[in-house]
Design a protein around this ligand. Structure first.
Ligand code: TQI
Ligand code: ZN
Ligand code: ZN
Length: 172
């Protein structure tokens, strides 16, 4: 079953059209255009299940959600840890911070299940999970769910399950 954060924080009911900005991508070797496509696809999976919309903006200060790649200590209380371990984190509504560990071997297009490296991580899979947190979902007990708390490396898991959909539809 899906879960929420303590107190069930959500984006307010007057804000159903959310914006996001890519604020720090220089620490990762993926083209910005490719990153844009991957994040747009990940947000699209949640907008398809709700009345929420997500639009990329160039104005970082106006963006509801700020996405960036960082390594090690990066100014919050949760430093990244190098290859594997923590891959990314996002904060509950309405914080909007979504950070990814620049030390991971992110796969943004290709097929992660065919990667020669054992530490390749599928960017879209992690993004779909972290967007769930940004919107107010905690971790699910359903192993197939996007919001389940573990994922195997070299796995692509991007389709919302009925558990994820029930969870988000009961919030929005
Ligand atoms: N990052 C953890 C996660 O997103 C960070 C975290 C732990 C967290 N507890 C939390 C975030 C509670 C919000 C609320 O779950 S992670 C997965 C998964 C991670 C893990 O790097 O371990 C994914 C990031 F679920 F697959 F294991 C993305 Cl998809
Ligand atoms: Zn962070
Ligand atoms: Zn999580």
């Amino acid at each position: 079953l899906y879960a929420y954060f303590p107190g069930n924080p959500t984006w307010p009911s007057w804000k159903r059209d959310l914006t996001y900005a890519l604020v720090s991508t220089s620490a990762v070797s993926i083209d910005t255009s490719v990153l844009r496509t991957v994040f747009a696809r990940a947000f699209g999976r949640w907008s398809a299940a709700t009345t929420l919309t997500f639009t990329e903006t160039d104005s970082v200060s106006d963006a509801d959600i700020q996405i960036g790649f960082y390594s090690g200590d990066h100014g919050d209380e949760e430093p990244f840890d190098g290859v594997l371990g923590t891959l990314a984190h996002a904060f509950s509504p309405t914080d909007g911070r979504f950070h990814l560990d620049a030390a991971e071997q992110w796969v943004a297009d290709g097929d992660v299940t065919q990667a020669s490296s054992n530490v390749a991580v599928d960017l879209e899979s992690v993004a779909v999970h972290e967007i769930g947190h940004l919107l107010g979902l905690g971790h699910s007990s359903v192993e197939e769910a996007i919001m389940y708390p573990t994922i195997k490396t070299k796995t692509r898991k991007v389709e919302l399950t009925s558990d994820d959909v029930d969870g988000i539809q009961n919030l929005y």
